[in-house]
Design a protein around this ligand. Structure first.
Ligand code: PLP
Length: 377
């Protein structure tokens, strides 16, 4: 120990003792979730979507763990993410860029052995132009818009693209893909509409494999699996289907330190704007995380922390760096400076926090900030 500074076991960076928040990441649970999803789609294979730093959990650590459990296909959203991830993985792992390439990234993409998703004729021309310049074949995935109007070759470009693909050339098309817009809603008609559209795409591009399902899509059944599924949120413990029991194991826990406690009389104003006034005598604790740490301001007066399984409601507004909770339900002295309360864990799931915040688990997970100490198990 060096004046309270020690080496972090995860990366060798210097960290200070006494972090204000601890983000636990259970790599064993992550691996079991991967194996469960892989079994669900077998004989198709399961890729891993590790965009946005593996939904905030650390793309390097997550990808290395999943590689050890047989995963060989890793999807990121942006080229810059692929550049960071690629050197961490063995050559037999493929890294795909879902958003495709910005003009000017083609040569770096080819050099770094990264596979772009081609989302338009324009991107096809840029990538095949690079292949011609280099005088070699380059790999690509073709994404089609089957009804989400976000990314992918639009229906009116399909015939032209099919002509270019069948003419042959220097692009090695690895597979066709599309993305489901409503897969978390098992009842949505859009799922079947998109599946039928993807079937038409596959007929127009004969001989190629299909990659289709995200987490929700995996649980829509075999017709959605193609040869490769692309789960993200389910790997990280999020519920693949809204409103149904979550079959995945939780991966993330979050404990936040108490920085101050106080006892207050009836009528005490709490927090910015005094949006809470104590209706009776109360004991309060201020904890060291706020909206800058990914606990949205919309949790003001709505969410809770837990201690010993006891619900401790958030009172008043969520601040940038702190939140005040009512701890009157706990025995006096149970919480003090340096104690920790549970924000994510056995008593409160990602879904619970997302519901209280009026958002989705994805946004909570990807927002969990950089000030927490990440502890991999
Ligand atoms: C984010 C994303 C996924 C993963 O979605 P989940 O719902 O997290 O499983 C899969 N495919 C594409 C194209 C995506 O953008």
């Amino acid at each position: 120990m060096d004046g309270g500074i020690q080496r972090d076991s995860t990366g060798g960076a210097s960290v200070i003792d006494g972090a204000s928040g601890y983000l636990g990441i259970d790599l064993g649970a992550l691996a079991r979730n991967y194996e469960k999803l892989a079994a669900e789609v077998a004989p198709a294979r399961a890729a891993a979507v590790v965009k946005a730093d593996a939904y905030g959990l650390g793309a390097g650590r997550v990808a290395e763990k999943l590689y050890a459990h047989g995963c060989r296909h890793f999807f990121v959203a942006q080229f810059v993410e692929a550049l960071r991830l690629r050197p961490l993985l063995a050559a037999d792992a493929a890294v795909f860029v879902l958003n495709g390439l910005q003009p000017g990234n083609e040569s770096a993409c080819a050099r770094e052995n990264i596979v772009p998703v081609v989302n338009s004729l324009e991107q096809w021309h840029a990538w095949s132009g690079m292949a011609k310049t280099l005088g070699r074949t380059l790999p690509a995935v073709l994404q089609f818009d089957t009804g989400m109007s976000r990314l992918g070759v639009p229906p009116e470009e399909r015939a032209a693209l099919a002509g270019l693909v069948s003419a042959g050339g220097c692009i090695d098309v690895l597979f066709l893909m599309s993305h489901l817009a409503s897969a978390d809603d098992a009842e949505s008609e859009q799922n079947e509409d998109q599946r039928a559209e993807m079937e038409r795409v596959a007929a127009e591009f004969p001989g190629f494999d299909v990659c289709f399902a995200n987490s929700g899509g995996i649980f829509l059944g075999k017709a959605y699996h193609g040869v490769l599924a692309r789960p993200g949120i389910a790997l990280y413990g999020g519920a693949p289907t809204a409103g149904r029991a979550n079959p995945m194991e939780p991966v993330v826990s979050l404990d936040v330190a108490v920085v101050q406690t106080r006892s207050v009389p009836t009528g005490t104003r709490v927090g910015y704007g005094a949006s809470h006034v104590t209706p009776g005598p109360a004991r309060l604790a201020t904890i060291a995380a706020g909206y800058a740490d990914g606990l949205p301001r919309s949790l003001s007066g709505r969410g809770a922390a837990f201690c010993d399984g006891v619900r401790l409601p958030i009172v008043g507004r969520v601040s940038m760096d702190s939140i005040t909770i009512d701890i009157s339900a706990l025995p006096e002295g149970r919480l003090a400076l340096g104690s920790r309360v549970e924000i994510l864990g056995p008593h409160q799931s990602l879904e619970d926090v997302a519901r209280d915040a009026g958002t989705i688990p994805y946004e909570i997970l990807t927002g969990l900030g950089q000030r927490y100490r990440r502890q991999y198990r």
